[in-house]
Design a binder for this molecule. Structure first.
Ligand code: ATP
Ligand code: MG
Ligand code: FE
Length: 336
């Protein structure tokens, strides 16, 4: 079984081909970071234009890398949403055109289902499982009782973890995307500021990062007014420690309540060194739970993860026809 994945939800034009749901035959990512950097974030119109320019080139490169032709594909999986509507449309239209021209089944994929399924390229999934999703636009705990079935048991009430990283990075005048820079600085500093932890109500699996983000901004501002400076390393370490402590403790608590066999880390912030280490430590004493963490290139946006999720959706019989549209607010529980 050969599945092509197409991903254009944000600022990566990505096409991948995977074999039997788990083996990567091609994984091409054209990143636009350089074009958005000077604006300090992703500019939707620029993203769409880059996708248009790159789409065909990236598709051809993936086919070449996998040494395949289009008619050999069993399905084309494409990110339907969530994401930037103008960006999503480029991938959706490319997938529709290829599927129609070559009479190949078209499979719609939720971007976050993709992030979660990046883990299946590392290891076979065992159910029930829990996935901690931490990305630029999402922070959620997702419970899965079986393949392709998603239940969100907790989510952020304001900013996503990645968004908080990027905003704190901007306060420290670090380039976009700031997550990796904060991560690097945090390794050199220590948690001296004792920033707030957003636990929310007892028993809640929801998250909140906007208060923490404001606390960082206020701390910097107040120090500036007093003519003092706080070492950016310590600020980064203190911020990161607050984020990680809440993420890890809530994840551990949920695995106990839901009695899961596996825990998956997913999303761009899964690339964070501190978070990876803290999760490994927390689960090192829990032999009954298998922790899976994807390699860095499968954490940030890519199309191998879309093809991996698409393979399961394909087997579940989920199909789209030529009426498929971009869905910027797509719900992950829709195809359960
Ligand atoms: P979503 O997946 O929610 O639609 P997205 O696709 O824009 O959002 P991803 O590509 O999954 O987001 O992740 C990008 C985010 O990950 C950015 O906010 C970036 O700063 C963050 N990130 C990447 N590497 C790290 C790191 N090492 N530490 C912390 N954050 C990181
Ligand atoms: Mg991106
Ligand atoms: Fe993403």
């Amino acid at each position: 079984q050969w599945i092509m994945g197409i991903e254009t939800s944000c600022d990566e034009t990505a096409v991948a081909i995977i074999k039997n749901g788990r083996e990567i035959a091609a994984n091409v990512v054209a990143s636009q970071i350089e074009s958005h950097k000077r604006f300090g974030g992703v500019v939707p119109e620029i993203a769409s234009r880059h996708h248009v320019e790159q789409m065909t080139i990236v598709i051809e490169e993936a086919l070449k890398e996998a040494n395949l032709t289009l008619p050999e594909l069993d399905a084309i999986a494409v990110t339907e949403g969530p994401g930037l509507v103008g960006a999503l449309l480029i991938g959706v239209n490319a997938a529709k055109a290829l599927a129609f021209a070559h009479n190949i089944p078209l499979v719609p994929v939720h971007h976050i289902a993709g992030h979660i399924y990046a883990n299946r390229l590392v290891k076979e999934l065992t159910f029930p499982l829990l996935s901690l999703v931490v990305s630029g636009g999402h922070t959620e705990l997702v419970y899965m009782k079986e393949q392709g079935h998603f239940e969100v048991i907790g989510e952020t009430r304001d900013d996503a973890a990645g968004e908080a990283y990027d905003k704190v990075a901007r306060t420290l005048k670090l380039p976009y995307p700031g997550g990796p820079h904060i991560d690097r600085l945090a390794q050199e500093g220590s948690d001296t500021l004792n920033l707030p932890r957003a636990w929310l109500e007892e028993g809640s699996y929801d998250f909140s990062f906007s208060g923490l983000k404001s606390a960082v901004i206020n701390t910097v501002h107040n120090a500036e007014q007093r003519g003092e400076t706080i070492a950016p390393e310590d600020l980064a370490a203190s911020f990161q420690e607050s984020v990680i402590e809440v993420l890890v403790k809530k994840t551990v608590k949920a695995t106990e309540e839901y009695k899961v066999k596996q825990v998956l880390l997913a999303g761009g912030v899964a690339a964070n060194k501190g978070l990876r280490k803290a999760l490994e430590e927390a689960f090192s004493t829990k032999a009954e739970i298998d922790l899976v963490i994807p390699p860095l290139n499968l954490c940030t946006d890519n199309a191998a993860m879309i093809a991996a999720a698409g393979s399961i959706m394909f087997e579940k019989g989920i199909r789209a026809d030529l009426s498929l549209n971009a869905n910027p607010g797509l719900d992950i529980e829709l195809y359960n």
